[in-house]
Design a protein around this ligand. Structure first.
Ligand SMILES: [Zn+2]
Length: 252
C-alpha cells in the first residue's frame, strides 16, 4: 500500500499539546490508509476529548471519518468562539447538568465541584481502565491531567486539566462547560458526593458542638454519610469565594 499524506492545522489552545515547532502551522502526516481522523489527531498528541469540530477540505466530519491522500484537515477545540454555527459539531448533544469523574490526582478539584453542587465521583485508587469505563457507562465528564487516559476510545466526554492549582482547575472546568448559571452551592456533601437535605435541629442536636447548637438553627444532613452541615464561620468565606469566581467568569 502506498503511503498517503494529509495536512493538519490545529487552532487555538489545541496548539498547547504540540511541540513548539509544530504550533500554528501546517503539519504533514504520512499514513497508510484506512485511518480514521481521530487516530491521526491523537498520534500528534491531542486527546479526542479536546476536539469539538473537524473540517476535512472544509466539510465537517466526525472523528471516525477516514482520511484520504491530500486531505486538508482543520481541528478546532471545545467552545472556541469562532463562527462555526453551520458546522456540525462532533458531539451533537451537549451535556446538560454535567456529572464528573475526577482521577486520583484531582481530589481537591472534586471537593470544590461538590461544594458548588456538581455530582462528582472521585477515587484515589481506580485504574485507567476502570475510570474510562465508568465515565462511558455513566456519561460522566472525565477530568484528568493524563492525556493517555483521555485518548482511550471509550472516553466520550473528558477534559484535560491544564493547571496544577485547584482554583484554576475549577475555573477551567466552569468556563469550558459554561456552568456559571448552574452553581448550587451547599447542596451536596463534599465528603461523599451525596445530596444534602435540610433537617430539624432537634434531629441532629446530639451531634453538634455546644457552640454550634447555641448559635445556629438551620441544618442540613448528608443523605449518604449523615454528616451535618450548618452555615458556620466558613460559610461567609465560601460565599465570598464563589462570588469572586462568578465575577471572574463574567469578566472572561
Ligand atoms: Zn456525605
Amino acid at each position: 500500500m502506498d503511503k498517503c499524506r494529509a495536512s493538519f492545522r490545529f487552532y487555538a489552545e489545541l496548539n498547547d499539546f504540540l511541540p513548539q515547532a509544530q504550533r500554528k502551522r501546517q503539519i504533514e502526516q504520512v499514513f497508510e490508509p484506512p485511518v480514521p481522523v481521530r487516530h491521526l489527531i491523537e498520534t500528534l498528541g491531542i486527546p479526542h476529548t479536546e476536539v469539538e469540530v473537524v473540517l476535512v477540505n472544509g466539510e465537517s466530519v466526525d472523528l471516525e471519518c477516514p482520511v484520504q491522500d491530500g486531505d486538508q484537515v482543520s481541528v478546532y477545540p471545545m467552545f472556541e468562539s469562532l463562527d462555526i454555527s453551520p458546522v456540525l459539531k462532533i458531539r451533537q448533544s451537549p451535556l446538560r447538568n454535567p456529572r464528573f469523574l475526577a482521577d486520583a490526582h484531582l481530589g481537591k478539584l472534586a471537593h470544590l465541584l461538590r461544594m458548588l453542587g456538581f455530582d462528582t465521583l472521585y477515587f484515589n485508587d481506580a485504574g485507567d481502565r476502570h475510570l474510562a469505563g465508568l465515565s462511558a457507562d455513566q456519561g460522566r465528564v472525565l477530568l484528568t491531567r493524563d492525556k493517555a487516559l483521555l485518548m482511550r476510545r471509550r472516553v466520550m466526554h473528558g477534559c484535560f486539566i491544564r493547571s496544577t492549582e485547584p482554583r484554576r482547575q475549577l475555573h477551567q472546568v466552569l468556563c469550558r462547560m459554561d456552568l456559571l448559571h448552574t452553581l448550587r452551592p451547599f447542596s451536596r456533601c463534599m465528603e461523599c458526593n451525596s445530596p444534602l437535605q435540610s433537617v430539624a435541629k432537634d434531629r441532629v442536636i446530639e451531634k453538634l458542638p455546644i457552640g454550634v447548637a447555641r448559635h445556629y438553627n438551620a441544618f442540613w444532613r448528608c443523605t449518604g454519610c449523615a454528616r451535618v452541615y450548618w452555615k458556620g464561620h466558613h460559610y461567609r468565606a465560601m460565599q465570598d469565594w464563589i462570588a469572586g469566581l462568578q465575577g471572574e467568569l463574567k469578566a472572561t
